[in-house]
Ligand binder design. Structure first.
Ligand SMILES: [Cu+2]
Length: 470
Protein backbone atom coordinates (compact mmCIF):
# COMPACT_ATOMS: atom_id res chain seq x y z
CA UNK A 1 0.00 0.00 0.00
CA UNK A 2 1.28 3.44 -0.86
CA UNK A 3 0.84 5.87 1.97
CA UNK A 4 -0.82 9.19 1.32
CA UNK A 5 2.44 10.82 2.27
CA UNK A 6 4.27 8.83 -0.38
CA UNK A 7 1.70 9.85 -2.98
CA UNK A 8 2.11 13.45 -2.03
CA UNK A 9 5.87 13.19 -2.26
CA UNK A 10 5.45 11.88 -5.80
CA UNK A 11 3.45 14.94 -6.72
CA UNK A 12 6.28 17.34 -7.45
CA UNK A 13 4.65 18.45 -10.72
CA UNK A 14 1.35 19.29 -9.06
CA UNK A 15 -0.54 17.91 -12.04
CA UNK A 16 -3.41 15.53 -11.70
CA UNK A 17 -2.65 13.34 -14.67
CA UNK A 18 0.92 12.19 -14.86
CA UNK A 19 2.65 11.55 -18.16
CA UNK A 20 2.88 7.78 -18.79
CA UNK A 21 6.68 7.75 -18.42
CA UNK A 22 6.51 9.46 -15.04
CA UNK A 23 3.74 7.09 -14.03
CA UNK A 24 5.77 4.01 -14.94
CA UNK A 25 8.57 5.19 -12.73
CA UNK A 26 6.20 6.02 -9.90
CA UNK A 27 4.49 2.63 -10.12
CA UNK A 28 7.73 0.71 -10.26
CA UNK A 29 8.80 2.57 -7.19
CA UNK A 30 5.55 2.25 -5.30
CA UNK A 31 4.65 -1.36 -6.04
CA UNK A 32 7.62 -3.69 -5.82
CA UNK A 33 6.81 -7.21 -7.05
CA UNK A 34 7.30 -8.71 -3.60
CA UNK A 35 4.38 -6.62 -2.27
CA UNK A 36 1.83 -9.21 -3.49
CA UNK A 37 0.43 -10.85 -0.35
CA UNK A 38 0.13 -14.62 -0.09
CA UNK A 39 -3.42 -16.02 -0.53
CA UNK A 40 -5.35 -16.06 2.70
CA UNK A 41 -8.41 -17.89 3.89
CA UNK A 42 -10.97 -15.40 5.09
CA UNK A 43 -13.80 -16.78 7.19
CA UNK A 44 -16.79 -14.76 8.32
CA UNK A 45 -20.33 -15.21 9.57
CA UNK A 46 -23.46 -13.43 8.40
CA UNK A 47 -26.60 -13.79 10.49
CA UNK A 48 -29.75 -12.82 8.62
CA UNK A 49 -32.44 -11.88 11.08
CA UNK A 50 -35.32 -9.51 11.80
CA UNK A 51 -34.43 -6.44 13.85
CA UNK A 52 -35.90 -3.11 14.81
CA UNK A 53 -33.73 -0.22 13.69
CA UNK A 54 -33.91 3.41 12.75
CA UNK A 55 -33.85 3.85 8.99
CA UNK A 56 -35.56 7.23 8.72
CA UNK A 57 -34.13 9.77 11.17
CA UNK A 58 -36.21 9.92 14.36
CA UNK A 59 -38.17 6.73 13.64
CA UNK A 60 -37.73 3.01 14.12
CA UNK A 61 -39.19 0.23 12.00
CA UNK A 62 -39.09 -3.51 11.43
CA UNK A 63 -36.19 -4.45 9.22
CA UNK A 64 -34.26 -7.51 8.07
CA UNK A 65 -30.57 -7.15 8.79
CA UNK A 66 -27.16 -8.72 8.18
CA UNK A 67 -25.48 -9.00 11.61
CA UNK A 68 -27.97 -6.52 13.06
CA UNK A 69 -27.16 -3.66 10.72
CA UNK A 70 -28.57 -1.92 7.64
CA UNK A 71 -26.74 -1.82 5.32
CA UNK A 72 -24.83 -5.00 6.14
CA UNK A 73 -21.14 -4.86 6.97
CA UNK A 74 -18.84 -3.87 4.11
CA UNK A 75 -16.79 -6.95 3.20
CA UNK A 76 -13.21 -6.45 2.06
CA UNK A 77 -11.25 -9.15 0.28
CA UNK A 78 -7.97 -9.32 -1.59
CA UNK A 79 -7.48 -10.99 -4.94
CA UNK A 80 -6.49 -14.58 -4.23
CA UNK A 81 -8.43 -14.86 -0.98
CA UNK A 82 -10.23 -18.10 -0.26
CA UNK A 83 -13.52 -16.99 1.26
CA UNK A 84 -15.83 -18.96 3.52
CA UNK A 85 -19.04 -17.24 4.60
CA UNK A 86 -21.16 -19.02 7.20
CA UNK A 87 -24.73 -17.85 6.69
CA UNK A 88 -27.50 -18.46 9.18
CA UNK A 89 -31.04 -17.75 8.05
CA UNK A 90 -33.10 -16.64 11.05
CA UNK A 91 -35.96 -15.43 8.84
CA UNK A 92 -39.37 -17.11 8.63
CA UNK A 93 -38.84 -17.63 4.88
CA UNK A 94 -36.14 -18.90 2.51
CA UNK A 95 -33.32 -16.63 1.48
CA UNK A 96 -29.94 -16.73 -0.28
CA UNK A 97 -26.96 -14.44 -0.64
CA UNK A 98 -25.99 -13.52 -4.18
CA UNK A 99 -22.48 -12.05 -4.51
CA UNK A 100 -23.39 -9.66 -7.28
CA UNK A 101 -20.71 -9.52 -9.98
CA UNK A 102 -18.29 -12.08 -8.61
CA UNK A 103 -16.92 -14.75 -10.93
CA UNK A 104 -17.34 -17.76 -8.63
CA UNK A 105 -18.74 -21.31 -8.84
CA UNK A 106 -22.47 -21.73 -9.39
CA UNK A 107 -22.75 -23.53 -6.03
CA UNK A 108 -21.75 -20.26 -4.34
CA UNK A 109 -23.82 -17.90 -6.48
CA UNK A 110 -26.80 -17.69 -4.14
CA UNK A 111 -29.27 -18.02 -6.99
CA UNK A 112 -32.96 -18.82 -6.37
CA UNK A 113 -32.17 -22.45 -7.31
CA UNK A 114 -30.31 -22.91 -4.01
CA UNK A 115 -32.49 -21.44 -1.26
CA UNK A 116 -31.44 -21.53 2.38
CA UNK A 117 -34.61 -22.66 4.19
CA UNK A 118 -35.99 -20.75 7.16
CA UNK A 119 -33.85 -21.62 10.17
CA UNK A 120 -31.15 -23.32 8.07
CA UNK A 121 -27.50 -22.49 7.48
CA UNK A 122 -25.20 -22.61 4.45
CA UNK A 123 -21.51 -22.08 3.85
CA UNK A 124 -20.63 -20.11 0.73
CA UNK A 125 -17.10 -20.98 -0.44
CA UNK A 126 -15.31 -19.22 -3.27
CA UNK A 127 -11.95 -17.84 -4.35
CA UNK A 128 -11.43 -14.23 -5.37
CA UNK A 129 -9.69 -14.48 -8.73
CA UNK A 130 -6.79 -12.24 -9.80
CA UNK A 131 -7.96 -9.34 -11.94
CA UNK A 132 -11.30 -9.04 -10.16
CA UNK A 133 -10.44 -6.08 -7.91
CA UNK A 134 -13.41 -3.74 -7.86
CA UNK A 135 -16.65 -2.86 -6.13
CA UNK A 136 -19.40 -5.44 -5.78
CA UNK A 137 -22.32 -6.04 -3.45
CA UNK A 138 -24.28 -8.80 -1.79
CA UNK A 139 -28.00 -9.27 -1.36
CA UNK A 140 -30.63 -12.03 -1.13
CA UNK A 141 -31.91 -13.59 -4.34
CA UNK A 142 -34.77 -15.95 -3.33
CA UNK A 143 -37.52 -16.81 -5.77
CA UNK A 144 -40.09 -13.95 -5.95
CA UNK A 145 -38.89 -12.26 -2.72
CA UNK A 146 -35.68 -10.47 -3.68
CA UNK A 147 -37.31 -7.04 -3.84
CA UNK A 148 -39.01 -7.51 -0.47
CA UNK A 149 -35.91 -8.70 1.37
CA UNK A 150 -33.69 -5.95 -0.04
CA UNK A 151 -36.35 -3.30 0.71
CA UNK A 152 -36.37 -4.48 4.32
CA UNK A 153 -32.63 -3.87 4.62
CA UNK A 154 -30.64 -6.82 3.25
CA UNK A 155 -27.84 -5.38 1.16
CA UNK A 156 -24.15 -4.71 1.70
CA UNK A 157 -20.99 -3.66 -0.11
CA UNK A 158 -17.99 -5.74 -1.19
CA UNK A 159 -14.60 -4.20 -1.95
CA UNK A 160 -11.97 -6.37 -3.61
CA UNK A 161 -8.42 -5.11 -3.56
CA UNK A 162 -5.48 -5.84 -5.82
CA UNK A 163 -1.89 -5.89 -4.61
CA UNK A 164 -0.97 -3.70 -7.57
CA UNK A 165 -3.82 -1.20 -7.29
CA UNK A 166 -2.63 1.91 -9.19
CA UNK A 167 -4.83 4.09 -6.98
CA UNK A 168 -3.72 2.60 -3.67
CA UNK A 169 -3.33 5.14 -0.91
CA UNK A 170 -6.04 7.51 -2.12
CA UNK A 171 -8.67 7.97 0.62
CA UNK A 172 -11.85 6.05 -0.18
CA UNK A 173 -15.56 6.31 0.40
CA UNK A 174 -17.89 3.37 -0.22
CA UNK A 175 -21.29 4.90 -0.99
CA UNK A 176 -24.31 2.59 -1.08
CA UNK A 177 -27.21 4.43 -2.69
CA UNK A 178 -30.72 3.29 -1.87
CA UNK A 179 -34.23 4.60 -1.50
CA UNK A 180 -37.23 3.51 0.51
CA UNK A 181 -40.89 4.23 1.07
CA UNK A 182 -42.63 4.21 4.45
CA UNK A 183 -46.22 3.81 5.65
CA UNK A 184 -47.84 6.56 7.75
CA UNK A 185 -47.01 4.35 10.77
CA UNK A 186 -43.32 4.50 9.85
CA UNK A 187 -42.89 0.92 8.63
CA UNK A 188 -41.28 -0.04 5.32
CA UNK A 189 -44.06 0.23 2.74
CA UNK A 190 -44.03 -2.92 0.61
CA UNK A 191 -47.64 -3.35 -0.51
CA UNK A 192 -49.23 -6.67 -1.57
CA UNK A 193 -48.65 -7.27 -5.30
CA UNK A 194 -52.38 -7.22 -6.07
CA UNK A 195 -52.98 -3.84 -4.38
CA UNK A 196 -53.21 -0.70 -6.57
CA UNK A 197 -49.77 0.50 -5.44
CA UNK A 198 -48.39 -3.02 -5.77
CA UNK A 199 -49.47 -3.07 -9.39
CA UNK A 200 -47.87 0.30 -10.05
CA UNK A 201 -44.67 -0.98 -8.42
CA UNK A 202 -44.78 -4.13 -10.52
CA UNK A 203 -44.72 -2.08 -13.69
CA UNK A 204 -42.68 0.95 -12.69
CA UNK A 205 -40.35 -0.67 -10.20
CA UNK A 206 -40.70 0.29 -6.54
CA UNK A 207 -39.22 3.68 -5.74
CA UNK A 208 -39.31 5.55 -2.45
CA UNK A 209 -39.14 9.24 -1.62
CA UNK A 210 -36.49 8.84 1.10
CA UNK A 211 -32.98 8.68 -0.36
CA UNK A 212 -30.22 7.03 1.65
CA UNK A 213 -26.46 6.91 1.38
CA UNK A 214 -25.04 4.09 3.50
CA UNK A 215 -28.39 3.96 5.31
CA UNK A 216 -28.26 7.65 6.24
CA UNK A 217 -30.19 10.62 4.91
CA UNK A 218 -27.97 13.42 3.56
CA UNK A 219 -24.70 12.49 5.27
CA UNK A 220 -21.67 14.77 5.18
CA UNK A 221 -18.32 13.68 3.77
CA UNK A 222 -15.34 15.70 4.93
CA UNK A 223 -12.64 16.67 2.45
CA UNK A 224 -9.65 18.98 2.46
CA UNK A 225 -9.01 21.37 -0.40
CA UNK A 226 -6.68 19.74 -2.90
CA UNK A 227 -7.38 16.23 -1.63
CA UNK A 228 -8.44 13.50 -4.06
CA UNK A 229 -10.97 10.88 -2.92
CA UNK A 230 -11.92 7.61 -4.55
CA UNK A 231 -15.67 7.08 -4.37
CA UNK A 232 -17.04 3.60 -4.89
CA UNK A 233 -20.74 4.03 -5.64
CA UNK A 234 -23.22 1.16 -5.61
CA UNK A 235 -26.83 1.48 -6.71
CA UNK A 236 -28.70 -0.92 -4.41
CA UNK A 237 -32.13 0.61 -5.11
CA UNK A 238 -34.88 -1.60 -6.49
CA UNK A 239 -35.57 0.52 -9.54
CA UNK A 240 -34.27 4.09 -9.23
CA UNK A 241 -31.64 5.13 -11.75
CA UNK A 242 -29.38 7.87 -10.44
CA UNK A 243 -27.92 10.65 -12.56
CA UNK A 244 -25.20 11.94 -10.28
CA UNK A 245 -23.67 15.40 -10.33
CA UNK A 246 -21.54 17.15 -7.74
CA UNK A 247 -21.97 20.90 -7.94
CA UNK A 248 -18.83 22.75 -9.03
CA UNK A 249 -16.90 19.52 -9.56
CA UNK A 250 -16.02 17.13 -12.35
CA UNK A 251 -15.42 13.45 -11.77
CA UNK A 252 -12.66 11.26 -13.09
CA UNK A 253 -14.48 8.07 -14.07
CA UNK A 254 -11.97 5.31 -13.41
CA UNK A 255 -13.94 2.08 -13.04
CA UNK A 256 -17.25 0.28 -13.13
CA UNK A 257 -18.75 -3.14 -12.32
CA UNK A 258 -15.66 -5.30 -12.86
CA UNK A 259 -13.02 -2.81 -11.73
CA UNK A 260 -10.75 -0.19 -13.22
CA UNK A 261 -10.63 0.92 -16.85
CA UNK A 262 -7.40 1.38 -18.78
CA UNK A 263 -7.53 5.17 -18.41
CA UNK A 264 -9.46 7.75 -16.38
CA UNK A 265 -12.28 9.50 -18.23
CA UNK A 266 -13.34 13.04 -17.15
CA UNK A 267 -17.13 13.32 -16.81
CA UNK A 268 -19.49 15.90 -15.35
CA UNK A 269 -22.35 13.46 -14.65
CA UNK A 270 -22.73 9.77 -14.03
CA UNK A 271 -25.80 7.65 -14.73
CA UNK A 272 -25.94 4.67 -12.39
CA UNK A 273 -28.61 2.03 -13.00
CA UNK A 274 -29.84 -0.33 -10.32
CA UNK A 275 -27.23 -3.00 -9.55
CA UNK A 276 -24.40 -1.03 -11.16
CA UNK A 277 -21.23 0.24 -9.53
CA UNK A 278 -18.80 2.99 -10.51
CA UNK A 279 -15.51 4.25 -9.19
CA UNK A 280 -15.06 8.01 -9.41
CA UNK A 281 -12.17 10.19 -8.35
CA UNK A 282 -13.37 13.40 -6.75
CA UNK A 283 -10.81 16.18 -6.76
CA UNK A 284 -11.06 18.71 -3.98
CA UNK A 285 -11.11 21.76 -6.21
CA UNK A 286 -13.36 23.74 -3.81
CA UNK A 287 -12.17 26.40 -1.40
CA UNK A 288 -11.45 25.70 2.28
CA UNK A 289 -14.69 26.00 4.27
CA UNK A 290 -16.97 25.56 1.24
CA UNK A 291 -19.64 22.93 0.71
CA UNK A 292 -20.90 21.08 -2.35
CA UNK A 293 -23.96 18.85 -2.70
CA UNK A 294 -24.08 15.58 -4.61
CA UNK A 295 -27.45 15.38 -6.33
CA UNK A 296 -29.34 12.99 -8.49
CA UNK A 297 -30.72 14.83 -11.52
CA UNK A 298 -33.83 13.85 -13.48
CA UNK A 299 -33.39 10.70 -15.53
CA UNK A 300 -36.38 9.50 -17.52
CA UNK A 301 -36.28 5.73 -17.34
CA UNK A 302 -40.07 5.56 -17.10
CA UNK A 303 -43.04 4.59 -19.16
CA UNK A 304 -45.22 7.72 -19.29
CA UNK A 305 -48.18 5.81 -17.77
CA UNK A 306 -46.44 5.09 -14.46
CA UNK A 307 -43.86 7.89 -14.39
CA UNK A 308 -43.97 9.50 -10.93
CA UNK A 309 -45.26 13.09 -10.90
CA UNK A 310 -42.04 14.37 -9.28
CA UNK A 311 -39.62 12.42 -11.46
CA UNK A 312 -38.01 15.61 -12.80
CA UNK A 313 -37.12 17.12 -9.41
CA UNK A 314 -33.38 17.01 -8.55
CA UNK A 315 -32.75 15.33 -5.19
CA UNK A 316 -29.92 15.94 -2.69
CA UNK A 317 -27.91 12.88 -1.65
CA UNK A 318 -24.95 14.04 0.42
CA UNK A 319 -22.83 17.07 1.25
CA UNK A 320 -19.11 17.38 0.66
CA UNK A 321 -17.78 19.67 3.37
CA UNK A 322 -14.35 21.29 2.98
CA UNK A 323 -12.32 21.79 6.13
CA UNK A 324 -10.87 25.20 6.88
CA UNK A 325 -7.33 23.85 6.52
CA UNK A 326 -5.02 25.15 3.82
CA UNK A 327 -5.09 23.14 0.58
CA UNK A 328 -2.90 20.08 0.26
CA UNK A 329 -0.72 19.66 -2.83
CA UNK A 330 -2.58 17.61 -5.47
CA UNK A 331 -1.48 13.99 -5.81
CA UNK A 332 -0.24 12.66 -9.11
CA UNK A 333 -2.89 10.45 -10.60
CA UNK A 334 -1.86 7.78 -13.09
CA UNK A 335 -2.97 8.31 -16.67
CA UNK A 336 -2.94 4.53 -17.20
CA UNK A 337 -4.67 2.34 -14.67
CA UNK A 338 -4.33 -1.24 -15.88
CA UNK A 339 -4.67 -3.37 -19.00
CA UNK A 340 -8.18 -4.54 -19.79
CA UNK A 341 -7.65 -7.30 -22.38
CA UNK A 342 -10.25 -7.32 -25.13
CA UNK A 343 -12.35 -10.46 -25.45
CA UNK A 344 -11.58 -11.79 -28.95
CA UNK A 345 -14.71 -11.35 -31.07
CA UNK A 346 -13.17 -13.41 -33.91
CA UNK A 347 -13.60 -16.42 -31.59
CA UNK A 348 -17.34 -15.91 -31.23
CA UNK A 349 -19.26 -19.11 -31.98
CA UNK A 350 -22.70 -18.22 -30.66
CA UNK A 351 -24.92 -15.18 -31.12
CA UNK A 352 -27.96 -14.90 -28.88
CA UNK A 353 -30.81 -12.42 -29.04
CA UNK A 354 -32.83 -11.71 -25.90
CA UNK A 355 -35.93 -9.59 -26.40
CA UNK A 356 -37.03 -7.65 -23.35
CA UNK A 357 -40.68 -6.60 -23.35
CA UNK A 358 -42.77 -5.57 -20.38
CA UNK A 359 -42.29 -8.35 -17.80
CA UNK A 360 -41.06 -10.91 -20.35
CA UNK A 361 -37.80 -12.13 -21.87
CA UNK A 362 -38.30 -13.72 -25.31
CA UNK A 363 -42.01 -13.75 -24.50
CA UNK A 364 -41.48 -16.00 -21.47
CA UNK A 365 -41.72 -15.64 -17.74
CA UNK A 366 -39.15 -17.26 -15.47
CA UNK A 367 -39.62 -20.98 -14.86
CA UNK A 368 -37.29 -22.45 -12.27
CA UNK A 369 -37.53 -25.84 -14.02
CA UNK A 370 -36.65 -24.62 -17.51
CA UNK A 371 -33.27 -23.92 -19.07
CA UNK A 372 -33.68 -21.05 -21.52
CA UNK A 373 -30.21 -20.80 -23.00
CA UNK A 374 -27.50 -23.45 -23.29
CA UNK A 375 -23.83 -22.58 -23.64
CA UNK A 376 -20.53 -24.44 -23.70
CA UNK A 377 -17.64 -23.95 -21.35
CA UNK A 378 -14.83 -22.16 -23.17
CA UNK A 379 -17.13 -20.53 -25.71
CA UNK A 380 -17.04 -16.85 -26.61
CA UNK A 381 -20.52 -15.49 -27.33
CA UNK A 382 -22.20 -12.27 -28.35
CA UNK A 383 -25.48 -11.45 -26.65
CA UNK A 384 -27.83 -8.88 -28.08
CA UNK A 385 -30.35 -7.49 -25.61
CA UNK A 386 -33.25 -5.83 -27.41
CA UNK A 387 -35.51 -3.64 -25.35
CA UNK A 388 -38.72 -3.27 -27.35
CA UNK A 389 -40.64 -1.17 -24.83
CA UNK A 390 -40.63 2.43 -23.64
CA UNK A 391 -38.88 2.03 -20.31
CA UNK A 392 -35.30 1.12 -19.37
CA UNK A 393 -34.51 -2.46 -18.31
CA UNK A 394 -31.14 -2.86 -16.56
CA UNK A 395 -29.83 -6.29 -17.60
CA UNK A 396 -27.70 -8.44 -15.25
CA UNK A 397 -25.85 -11.68 -16.00
CA UNK A 398 -24.74 -13.80 -13.06
CA UNK A 399 -21.29 -15.29 -12.77
CA UNK A 400 -19.54 -13.77 -15.78
CA UNK A 401 -18.17 -10.33 -16.53
CA UNK A 402 -18.76 -9.19 -20.10
CA UNK A 403 -17.60 -6.35 -22.36
CA UNK A 404 -20.23 -4.09 -23.85
CA UNK A 405 -19.63 -3.69 -27.60
CA UNK A 406 -22.26 -1.23 -28.78
CA UNK A 407 -25.67 0.34 -28.24
CA UNK A 408 -27.91 0.68 -31.30
CA UNK A 409 -24.81 -0.03 -33.36
CA UNK A 410 -22.77 2.80 -31.81
CA UNK A 411 -19.52 1.37 -30.44
CA UNK A 412 -18.77 1.85 -26.75
CA UNK A 413 -16.08 4.52 -26.29
CA UNK A 414 -13.79 2.35 -24.15
CA UNK A 415 -13.43 -1.16 -22.76
CA UNK A 416 -14.75 -2.17 -19.36
CA UNK A 417 -15.72 -5.29 -17.46
CA UNK A 418 -19.45 -5.23 -16.74
CA UNK A 419 -22.10 -7.47 -15.24
CA UNK A 420 -24.88 -4.90 -15.78
CA UNK A 421 -26.02 -2.93 -18.77
CA UNK A 422 -28.93 -0.55 -18.62
CA UNK A 423 -30.76 -1.28 -21.86
CA UNK A 424 -32.58 1.97 -22.48
CA UNK A 425 -36.00 2.50 -24.03
CA UNK A 426 -36.18 0.87 -27.48
CA UNK A 427 -32.44 0.25 -27.39
CA UNK A 428 -30.46 -2.76 -28.54
CA UNK A 429 -27.19 -3.42 -26.69
CA UNK A 430 -24.58 -6.04 -27.58
CA UNK A 431 -21.88 -7.50 -25.39
CA UNK A 432 -19.24 -10.21 -25.71
CA UNK A 433 -18.75 -12.80 -22.96
CA UNK A 434 -16.51 -15.83 -22.54
CA UNK A 435 -17.47 -18.79 -20.37
CA UNK A 436 -13.93 -19.44 -19.20
CA UNK A 437 -14.86 -21.43 -16.10
CA UNK A 438 -17.64 -22.50 -13.78
CA UNK A 439 -20.22 -24.68 -15.52
CA UNK A 440 -23.71 -24.75 -14.07
CA UNK A 441 -26.99 -22.92 -14.05
CA UNK A 442 -26.79 -19.13 -14.14
CA UNK A 443 -29.48 -16.48 -13.93
CA UNK A 444 -29.85 -13.51 -16.20
CA UNK A 445 -32.55 -10.96 -15.54
CA UNK A 446 -33.83 -7.44 -15.40
CA UNK A 447 -32.44 -5.81 -12.26
CA UNK A 448 -35.58 -3.80 -11.56
CA UNK A 449 -36.36 -6.04 -8.61
CA UNK A 450 -40.12 -5.93 -9.18
CA UNK A 451 -39.61 -7.09 -12.78
CA UNK A 452 -37.21 -9.82 -11.68
CA UNK A 453 -39.57 -11.07 -8.96
CA UNK A 454 -42.46 -11.16 -11.41
CA UNK A 455 -40.56 -13.38 -13.81
CA UNK A 456 -38.36 -11.20 -16.00
CA UNK A 457 -35.54 -13.70 -15.62
CA UNK A 458 -34.10 -16.71 -17.43
CA UNK A 459 -31.64 -19.54 -16.89
CA UNK A 460 -28.40 -20.09 -18.80
CA UNK A 461 -26.83 -23.52 -18.51
CA UNK A 462 -23.09 -23.65 -19.16
CA UNK A 463 -21.96 -27.25 -19.72
CA UNK A 464 -18.45 -28.72 -19.99
CA UNK A 465 -17.32 -29.10 -23.58
CA UNK A 466 -17.59 -32.87 -23.71
CA UNK A 467 -21.11 -33.04 -22.36
CA UNK A 468 -22.29 -34.14 -18.96
CA UNK A 469 -23.67 -31.97 -16.21
CA UNK A 470 -21.72 -31.05 -13.18
CU1 LIG B 1 -37.17 -4.50 -16.25
Amino acid sequence: MVSRRRLRRLSSFAVLLAAPAALGAALAHAHPAHARPAPRTVELTLNIAPARLSLRPGDTCDVLAFNGQVPGPTLEFQEGDHVVVHVHNHLAEPTTIHWHGLHIPASADGSPLRPIAAGASYDYKFTILPGSAGTYWYHPHPDHRTGYQIAKGLYGAIVIRAADDPLAGIPEQVLELSDNRFTPEGEVDFPPPDSPQGQIDEENGREGPVLFVNGRVMPTIPIRAGEVQRWRLINTAAARIYRLALEGHEFLYVGSDGGLFERPVPVSEMVLATGERVELLVRGTGAPGSRAVLRTLPYDRYDPHTRPADWNVPRDLLALQYSDSAPVAPVVLPSRLRVVPALDTTKVTVHRVLVFSQGLINNKRMDMNRVDERGRLGATEIWQIENVVGMDHPFHLHGFQFQLLDRNGVPEPFRAWKDMVDVRKHESARFVVRFDDYPGLWMYHCHILDHEDHGMMGILEVTPQHGGRR
